[in-house]
Ligand binder design. Structure first.
Ligand SMILES: *Cc1c(COP(=O)(O)O)cnc(C)c1O
Length: 347
């Protein structure tokens, strides 16, 4: 068995959800798009439903299938990309609520699924998804008349609390939704931390559930241990890995572990990352290759059987920094080859 093992702590996800819930008087939903940020939409949704979550958010209608199966008929599943051509059957069969993003989507929805629940997504300045002011004005009265289950927008800079964009978007959202009597949502993880005026009726955290910044109090969720395939001694002057980018300066011991960029351990970790033998750091040396990573274990008394890349000494944000990216990308890149183990699985 040489596959690396990825342990996903579902109790930690539920605890993070509860902690975020305690920070707001609004309903706390859960964003579980992209297979729950790479951690497994089915087990995560089941656990969160058991913890009390009643509203889930996905990016694409297709992502609703695994979640509906996991949580059953009760909870609401909102789809950020709205009602796209070809989604009609999926939305109906899985009882998903599309967040309509444009007049085109509004017309498509009302024509193809009259009476089917929907929400509205407004663009308050991010210029990514949702109706902008003039478009919204044209259909607003008619759409509100039809009773959207949720009117939402998304903050572009919520992870920077002092960014002026936050207050601007809040103002725009308030004016675009004035007079709407139903539920509103503006905050993801970062928005929850900005304070209650950003919470409205429903918050929809993602990354905070999975142990990532900006939710500093999050409990770590993912642990990843890489088995050592081989250990060798190299003499000063010998090189390691593709393109010979690392050359030993002292008699060194090199461990080769069984995971690489095909498993989401980004090539930009080459020469920057650290693996851990319990509390001893072992620097990655040479290039990360597709299936293997080489690392310097010279300072260990014994050759290790496995090394940790995510664990007590190093979380997703630490690894993200070493790779020059964000925790979101580390998590969603975790590949299909890992042996996945779920701790705290819901019954
Ligand atoms: C991804 C996403 C979220 C969740 O954001 P986090 O920063 O992970 O909490 C919420 N709303 C929308 C529209 C999103 O795209």
């Amino acid at each position: 068995m040489s596959a690396a093992s990825l342990t996903i702590d579902l109790d930690a996800i539920a605890n993070n959800w509860r902690r975020l819930s305690r920070m707001t008087a609004a309903e706390t939903g859960a964003t579980i798009k992209a297979d729950a940020y790479g951690l497994g939409a089915g087990p995560v949704a089941r656990k969160l439903a058991q913890a009390g979550a009643r509203s889930f958010f996905v990016a694409l209608a297709e992502e609703g299938a695994a979640i509906r199966q996991a949580v059953g008929a009760g909870p609401r599943i909102f789809v950020f990309s709205g009602h796209m051509a070809g989604d009609t059957q999926t939305l109906r069969n899985l009882a998903l609520t599309p967040m309509l993003n444009s007049v085109d989507q509004v017309l498509r929805h009302f024509e193809s699924l009259p009476g089917h629940p929907f929400g509205v997504q407004l663009d308050t300045g991010m210029n990514r998804l949702g109706m902008e002011g003039p478009e919204w004005s044209a259909v607003r009265d008619m759409v509100l008349e039809m009773g959207p289950r949720l009117v939402m927008s998304h903050l572009a800079c919520a992870d920077e609390p002092h960014h002026l964009m936050n207050a601007e978007q809040l103002e725009t959202f308030l004016s675009m939704t004035a007079g709407h009597v139903g539920d509103r949502s503006l905050a993801a993880t970062g928005g929850i931390l900005l304070g209650p005026e950003y919470h409205f009726d429903l918050v929809r955290p993602g990354i905070g559930l999975y142990g990532g910044a900006p939710f500093a109090e999050a409990q770590a969720v993912a642990a990843l241990s890489l088995p050592v395939v081989q250990v060798r001694d190299v003499a000063p002057g010998e090189a390691v890995g593709y393109s010979c980018t690392w050359v030993a300066e002292r008699p060194s011991r090199i461990a080769t572990v069984a995971a690489g960029y095909a498993d989401g351990l980004l090539r930009s970790l080459s020469g920057n990352a650290v693996l851990w033998a319990d509390r001893t750091p072992c620097p990655v040396v040479g290039r990360v290759s597709m299936d293997l990573i080489t690392c310097d274990v010279t300072d260990l008394a014994e050759p290790p059987e496995a090394l940790d890349i995510l664990g007590p000494q190093q979380g997703v944000d630490d690894l993200a920094e070493q790779a020059g990216t964000i925790g979101y990308e580390i998590l969603t890149s975790l590949g299909p080859r890992y042996r996945r183990r779920y701790a705290g699985q819901a019954a």
